[in-house]
Design a protein around this ligand. Structure first.
Ligand code: GLN
Length: 487
């Protein structure tokens, strides 16, 4: 079985025609993991025994004529999304021994379609970071160049899908954590509209920004996963009570539709890597034949990173207050309660998480609230209005995903500001709550993947997928990293 030939939709046909069985597929996936993951290190936890058992069940169900939109399909899940009975560590020592007591809503939905969970993927601790180097356990390596980072925080998920360790994955995106690693690993990653997908069972980082989203090797697989996990959930009060369109039907019906596309000048005039700019410009020239392309402006872009680094840490400092050694997670030995809190948190959290808690606590403290949090909230509104205005003129917006190709492990770890700036093009999308995709469109001269971001209006996730589907056809390249070719 050649895993590089497989997509979810192709595999479903092969399963349906009995050309392969789910057991064979899952066994092959674990052979791949054993070959490749010692180098890539995408997984924190493997679920081999249960996965093979589930695959047997899926094969039996298929024999009985049962249908499932993911029946027998192996996928991985970022380790900040709860699967009942499996660890959910958030790559933090404070949750090292935590076993999830319930399924996240997205997991319930995937289970109902017959998906098989092969394991939990690595991340920056509590999803705070852009390189997966902030994992308390080990960094993940980029499958295109093992000396480089896979991006973050969902670096494990992106690296797993790129390395064909599972046919898809779920990650979470608060400021770019699906799109940036997707770009760095040469896979498709989608951040849905805020409210499209339930956050119930996702460990909260910054609740007004967090969204769960899918990774796939192509746009159609990504659309299918999104279809399954989307929809209103009474358990998440921020999930939207709107009908979910048929994404696959939409992208197929609109293969020929021409769109009005905006290029925000603020995203193209900075110091973005020359090769990235070149690859995007070449693509835009091709798109001009079919679509209307015009320059637009998102004037408050320059304030996005600063705004995010008030709002996200403020929410994180509040969300992370629950890890105090009392109800769950790590508890330190201590003489009294206060000392127990202090020691549990001092030992349990890593450096970046502590930095965020301190930034957030300061920004929310009496006397500083107006100057920081309130101000940031106002700027956030301006950033959102930039997008609302732009979408009166254009259907969709195209931008780079990252200002640089994947960087070296260790290159930015001691310079938090440089690390924060790697999300400069993805953060505004979370602040505005609009949907965004990253899809691979080329390789640098060093053979490193480059992503393109497509941004759409609120709850027009299908438009984003539709243009991505068209561009994928135009690019017409299979992105298989060397670690897979040489394995
Ligand atoms: N890299 C950003 C941060 O460190 C975004 C993380 C994310 O989207 N979870 O906060």
């Amino acid at each position: 079985m050649d895993l590089t030939e497989l997509t979810i939709t192709k595999t479903l046909t092969l399963l349906e025609e009995r050309k392969i069985s789910s057991v064979e597929l899952v066994e092959e996936t674990f052979r791949q993991i054993k070959k490749v993951d010692p180098k890539v290190k995408a997984f924190l936890h493997l679920n081999e025994e249960k996965a093979i058992e589930e695959a047997k069940k899926a094969d039996e169900l298929r024999e009985k004529g049962v249908k499932g939109r993911l029946l027998g399909i192996p996928i991985s899940i970022k380790d900040n999304i709860c699967i009942k009975g499996l660890p959910t560590t958030c790559a933090s020592k404070i949750l090292e021994n935590f076993i999830a007591p319930y399924d996240a809503t997205v997991i319930k939905k995937l289970k109902a379609e017959g998906a098989i969970f092969i394991g939990k993927t690595n991340l920056d601790e509590f999803a705070m970071g852009s390189s997966t180097e902030n994992s308390a356990f080990f960094p993940t390596h980029n499958p295109w160049d093992l000396e480089r980072v896979p991006g973050g925080s969902s670096g494990g998920s992106a690296a797993a899908v790129a390395s064909r360790m599972g046919l898809g994955s779920l990650g979470s995106d608060t400021g770019g954590s699906i799109r940036q690693p997707a770009a760095f690993c040469g896979v498709v990653g989608f951040k849905p509209t805020y409210g499209r997908v339930s956050r119930f069972g996702l460990v909260a980082f910054a609740s007004s920004l967090d969204q769960i989203g899918p990774f796939g090797v192509n746009v159609e697989d990504t659309a299918l996963l999104l279809q399954i996990i989307s929809g209103h959930d009474p358990k998440d009060s921020t999930s939207a009570p709107f009908e979910v369109p048929d994404y696959i039907e939409f992208i197929k019906d609109n293969e020929k539709t021409s769109y009005k596309i905006g290029l925000p000048k603020e995203y193209f005039e900075g110091s973005t890597d020359k090769e990235i700019t070149q690859i995007i410009e070449n693509l835009i020239n091709k798109l001009k034949k079919k679509h209307t392309i015009k320059e637009i402006s998102l004037p408050h872009t320059e304030y996005a990173v600063a705004t995010y680094y008030i709002i996200a840490p403020a929410e994180a400092s509040s969300n992370l207050a629950r890890y105090d050694g009392v109800k769950y997670g790590f508890r330190a030995e201590a003489k009294n309660l206060i000392e127990m809190y202090k020691k549990s948190r001092a030992f349990g959290f890593g450096k970046e998480v502590k930095r965020r808690i301190m930034l957030g606590t300061y920004a929310l403290s009496a006397g500083y609230y107006d100057a920081f949090y309130l101000k940031a909230s106002k700027v956030r509104t301006l950033i959102t209005q930039d997008f609302l205005k732009a979408f009166k003129e254009v259907d969709l917006i195209l931008t780079p995903v990252t200002p640089t190709p994947p960087f070296k492990i260790g290159e930015k770890i001691s310079d938090p500001l440089q690390m924060y700036l790697s999300d400069i093009f993805t953060i505004p999308v979370n602040l505005a709550g609009v949907p965004g995709i990253s899809l691979p469109i080329g390789l640098t001269s060093n053979n490193l993947p480059i992503g393109l971001q497509i941004i759409g209006p609120h709850f027009k996730d299908e438009l984003v997928l539709s243009l991505a589907y068209q561009i994928e056809k135009e690019v017409n390249t299979k992105f298989i990293p060397p670690v897979v070719k040489n394995s």
